[in-house]
Design a protein around this ligand. Structure first.
Ligand code: SF4
Length: 184
């Protein structure tokens, strides 16, 4: 069976993607945690621990880059944070490139990301970026439109009683989510 390294942004987004890929039985899946975009630190830990719980319950092997690389993320978005789209593209690039590099280094056949599940991310850009990185690192990028399982994923996460966060990850997304005045 081919081996796939799946970048996991959080446990709730992992549910449907993992279930879907496991049903197919084409790939042996290993999750990869690398998300320095999650702020603040205690929120980062909470999401990482939730993923750890999911991984134990649902037998998903995990590789965790646990060092909280806030500085790496800040460096990437320092000239982009004022424009949401540019900021998010930089954020995807950082996380997906790390995944592609790790997949190559550890001799996986393919890499992918649970970001392809979210209805709130820039899906086409993530797809394009994955394909570009596949070319750069000479490794297959597995693409599927996992958004089709949006509701199913939510149901699974609720059944498992997973912590479901209310904002994407960075401090800017928290502001955008909760500061009603930010939109005015
Ligand atoms: S909104 Fe989400 S994807 Fe965009 S920069 Fe913030 S954490 Fe990254």
């Amino acid at each position: 069976m081919k081996r796939l390294l799946l970048h996991v942004c959080c446990a709730p987004c992992t549910c449907y993607v993992h279930q879907c890929l496991s049903k197919d039985k084409k790939y042996a899946i290993t999750g990869f945690w690398y998300n320095p975009n999650i702020h603040p630190f205690l929120e980062y830990q909470k999401r990482m621990m939730t993923l750890g719980y999911y991984s134990n319950e649902m037998n998903l092997p995990l590789i965790r880059k646990t060092k909280y690389s806030l500085e790496e993320w800040m460096e990437i978005i320092k000239d982009k944070y004022k424009e949401k789209d540019k900021r998010c593209l930089g954020c995807y690039q950082l996380r997906l490139e790390e995944t592609a590099k790790r997949a190559k280094k550890e001799k996986f056949d393919s890499f992918s990301t649970t970001l392809l599940y979210s209805k709130f991310q820039m899906h086409e850009n993530i797809k394009e970026l994955g394909q570009k990185l596949a070319h750069t690192y000479n490794i297959e990028f597995y693409y599927q439109d996992f958004r089709l399982g949006w509701k199913e994923g939510i149901e699974i996460s609720k059944k498992l009683d997973l912590y479901r966060q209310q904002y994407c990850g960075c401090i800017f997304s928290e502001k955008e989510r909760f500061d009603a005045a930010a939109e005015k």
